[in-house]
Design a protein around this ligand. Sequence first.
Ligand code: MN
Length: 433
Amino acid sequence: MNWWDTDATHDPARQSWVESANGHGQFPIQNLPFGVFSPPGEEPRIGVAIGDAILDLAACARLGLLPPESAEACGKQVLNALMGLDTASRVALRRIISHMLSEEGFRRALDAAVHDAAACTLHLPARVGDYTDFYVGIHHANNIGRQFRPDNPLLPNYKHVPIGYHGRASSIRPSGVPVVRPRGQRKPPEADTPLFGPTTRLDYELELGVWIGAGNALGTPIPIAEAGSHVAGFCLLNDWSARDVQAWEYQPLGPFLAKNFHSTISPWVVTPEALAPFRIGQPPRPEGDPHPLPHLWDEADQAHGALALTLEVWLTTARMREDGLSPQRLSTGPATNMYWTVGQMVAHHASNGCNLNPGDLLGTGTISAPTPDGYGSLMELSSGGKAPLALPGGETRTFLEDGDEVIFTATASAPGRVSIGFGACRASVVPAP
Ligand code: MN
């Protein structure tokens, strides 16, 4: 089975005896994302989101309902072992979960294994060994580059190499954990010497996260034709950024403390299988762009390597919440605004023999549309702080204030298919200590 093939688990007519799943905008039975949750007062365990509920997979394993090759992995407190399974095992597990949640006959046996999601705590789904952030959102790269180099926004390597840097795994947190405004060193343009204090240019970055599944041995690259089978899932990722710190520190080695103080992810791992109906071709490279080198080119990856996902960014401020105002949508755009595919990122990352491990996380880099209604950061939306945004209730923003909450969403949709979502990736900013 290819990672873009569909089966009965995607049947739009399939319904669940968990009634809230039917017509659910995020987690209908066609989605079945994996996560780690704890019911009130209980230990973390692996589960699957279904409507407004969570199915406890560890309990299913104890009942002897899961395939032997994945039952042990489903009993852990993190998804790394499950992510490391081969695609066939993951597909078999998905088919059984879909069967159990759709067949009325399982309702009684599974009654005690289904928990109200609203009462549960969601945890980081995996122990993230390594986190790498790419820069494949070409419109973001152009917009940011233009602020520094108006005539020459993209550096000459951009269309040959998926640009990336090694990020920090220890500060990744699930949706809902507040972000402490970081202190850092910055040098305002008018100052002679740098100063140290809370960032005044706190920003978000709208990204997709990619969970690595099966790893590769050190010294053994992943051929691009096999890159898709090394991906275990997707999430939303907010790569919080301190722009003033970034501007001062980034040369010559790149991002450091401006980026590593906190990254927020949506805690549900949406599998490649769930996204199979939403695979689309990678948009063709513009006329005149270089053809990638052979190790970064695969026809099947080009034909199926992009995702029909709509991404949105929403903001609420403390005052908007006090005044009962709804969150304001700051942008929306498609995930096709990536110059490189996920397969190309994975193949490039391992092309020198670097070993990837189950549970490693890749960020795509900020995904922006060509027009302001789809810009994926405030740095772009406010033109580097020069053009404040108007918010409901009369407030304005160039960068984030304490009390602001940023919310990302992603929805996959395709004709004749049941849409699925990623769940929320949200966090509030709290003052520097
Ligand atoms: Mn980033």
